[in-house]
Design a binder for this molecule. Structure first.
Ligand code: 4FV
Length: 235
């Protein structure tokens, strides 16, 4: 899986994908991260990539051609049916099912906006899909691109080691359920004990306890999840 990231802050992407599981995956070549600096395709020697909005209003808008030229630069090396995903509040909110879907691809091109946004015409020209990470406004698309890359990369074979699994975790499988509670040593922490069943070694009883714990906390913390099995994510 190769992530081509069109951004004004390539160092943010490189830095954040050089640690922990993603860092190991990049070093082992299980994934490739290719940040492309949109400013390398600025419209003039002053490095201009943004301008004031037509029709007035506060803030600046990213210009179309630096983005388009950066895209062309990647498109020449990427396979043509790589999706071009623009991270924006206008997009569908990212879900585990969407991350699963994207993890089967060979290449993804991610477009990170900044300022008030980007010129609508380059969206019309190159963007195949808009994805949001949530209904709030960020200063730039980079944090959203990193969230998407993390959620997708960990589903790519060879990224998570044996010890790390994505079996029976929240939102995995065909019913949206929250994960059961986790405990580890010591058996008593500030007077709080570990549920007896987990120390029993009885795997049948442990699995049943965990299923019930998932159900109970899904009903208590995220009741809306129960109402809509996986189908919600595919429409
Ligand atoms: C965002 C989101 C987001 C909007 C203006 C960047 C900002 C600025 N992206 N999910 N929520 N983007 O707020 O993906 O250009």
């Amino acid at each position: 899986m190769t992530f081509h990231v069109l951004t004004l802050f390539p160092e943010m992407i490189t830095e954040a994908t050089s640690h922990s599981i993603l860092g190991r995956a990049v070093r082992s070549n299980a994934i490739q991260v290719n940040p492309v600096n949109i400013r390398d395709f600025a419209v003039n020697k002053h490095g201009q990539v943004d301008d004031s909005p037509y029709g007035g209003g506060a803030g600046m808008v990213m210009m179309a051609s630096p983005i388009y030229d950066a895209y062309q630069h990647v498109a020449n090396m990427a396979n043509s049916n790589a999706p071009v995903i623009y991270l924006s509040p206008q997009g569908k909110v990212l879900t585990q099912a969407k991350a699963q879907e994207l993890s089967s691809l060979k290449e993804i091109i991610l477009l990170c906006g900044h300022y008030e946004g980007i010129d609508e015409r380059v969206i019309e020209e190159i963007v195949t899909e808009e994805i949001s990470i949530g209904d709030y406004v960020l200063t730039g698309g980079e944090p959203a691109a990193l969230v998407l890359m993390d959620a997708v990369a960990r589903l790519v074979p060879g990224v998570l080691g044996k010890a790390e699994s994505f079996q029976d975790e929240s939102f995995a499988g065909d019913v949206l359920q929250l994960e059961y509670p986790h405990y580890t040593r010591p058996p008593v922490f500030r007077g709080r004990e570990v549920p007896e069943v987990l120390l029993s070694g009885n795997h049948g009883k442990i699995a049943e306890w965990r299923r019930n714990a998932s159900l109970e906390r899904t009903r208590r913390k995220r009741p809306e999840l129960e109402l809509s099995p996986l189908k919600k994510n595919l429409d």
